[in-house]
Design a protein around this ligand. Structure first.
Ligand code: UDP
Ligand code: MG
Length: 342
């Protein structure tokens, strides 16, 4: 099988997944063998501190369909997915979590839709098993908030488990933003999109790699990448407060001229002061979120740094990936290559 002729690329981002990865590989292999066309499994190691890489290396030695992209450190789930897409050569590209929460067999249903002519097939979760009530509620609230704040039609209750056509993958690679919210970007790109429904399973083993802190920064990326509304809150609030202070002024004037009530006022002043200072700081923080992201973009550093890329064969259309294999210290290479697709 020549390297250029893969039909399907399956991208698996991994962060400390030593407990699941062998099983995930077996399940994916089973499914993709059943699909009956040439495929590659691209495991992206996002700076795991456990034995994940060792295990994938062992698997790669036995299976020529397995590739490994090993990051120099943890860059984050969304970046790991993006890197997988840079390396993927398939006509259809599937992204799936390593923990088997997304059942691999659903990929077959996605492939069917793709063959019908859909260019994006996303998995819609009917149910989420084995996740905390907190996670379910915050996820639900987040998707609804995102939808109400953005003009992009981001489908509810979908994660990154999806199949995209080569065309979509190429467009996505051309979007250079560093704070990547991949599922939003895919919706923004458009094309013919559809969904397949599935029940989200429990994690096969190990624990979530999305602690609250990562969840919050992920949510902020999602909102700030697609919406200016939080910035507008400042303006609306400003108007509202000016209006109410004007009304209050009228009340004070009335009291001063027409009544004898002397207001002690100290407590009122302190409380109002604290309240308004709090609001101002929050709004400055909101603005800071945007400025921070502008700063990230303007530095124009490469999205990720690869320690090693294994299992990729050199062909003319992926010469850049081969460069990577040859040269491990390849930040600039990566930046150049990303630039090429803009
Ligand atoms: N992941 C990653 N880098 C990170 C965090 C997570 O590559 O910094 C991977 C992780 O190994 C898994 C996927 O992203 O394959 C989703 O993470 P997880 O299952 O922990 O998230 P949850 O399902 O709990 O939202
Ligand atoms: Mg998971």
């Amino acid at each position: 099988m020549s390297a250029a002729a893969v039909t399907y690329s399956v991208i698996v981002p991994m962060y400390n997944e030593e407990l699941v990865i062998e099983h995930t590989y077996e399940r994916l292999k089973e499914t993709m063998d059943e699909a009956g066309e040439p495929y590659e499994l691209i495991f992206v190691n996002d700076g795991s501190k456990d034995r994940t890489v060792e295990l994938v290396n062992l698997i790669a030695e036995c299976d020529p369909n397995v590739r490994l992209v090993d990051f120099s450190r943890n860059f984050g789930h969304q970046i790991a997915i993006s890197a997988g897409m840079d390396y993927a050569k398939g006509d259809a590209v599937v992204v799936i979590d390593a923990d088997l929460q997304d059942p691999p067999s659903v990929i077959l249903a996605m492939i069917e839709k793709w063959k019908e002519g859909y260019e994006v097939v996303y998995g819609r979760r009917l149910k989420r098993k084995g996740e905390t009530l907190f996670k379910k509620l915050t996820a639900k609230a987040f998707y609804r908030l995102l939808r109400s704040m953005t003009n992009v039609d981001i489908p509810l209750d979908t994660g990154d488990f999806r199949l995209i056509d080569r065309k979509v993958c190429d467009v996505l690679r051309g979007l250079k933003e560093k704070n990547r919210f991949v599922r939003g970007l895919i919706s923004w790109i458009g094309f013919r999109q559809t969904s397949v429904e599935y029940v989200r399973e429990e994690r096969f083993a190990g624990e979530t790699k999305y602690p609250l802190k990562k969840m919050i920064s992920f949510a902020l990326d999602g909102i700030t990448s697609f919406s200016y509304k939080p910035l507008k809150i400042a303006t609306y609030l400003g108007f509202l407060l000016s209006l109410s202070s004007f009304v209050y002024l009228l009340i004070v004037l009335y009291q001063g001229f027409f009544t004898d009530t002397t207001t002690p006022g100290w407590a009122t002043i302190v409380v109002l002061n604290l309240l308004f200072n709090g609001i101002i700081l929050i709004l400055l923080g909101v603005i800071g979120e945007y400025i921070g992201r502008i700063y990230d973009e303007s530095k124009d550093r490469p999205l990720y740094i690869v320690r090693e890329a294994k299992g990729f064969q050199a062909t003319s259309d992926n010469a850049a990936a081969a460069d990577k294999e040859a040269d491990s210290n390849n930040g600039p290479e990566n930046a150049k290559r990303l630039g090429k697709y803009v």
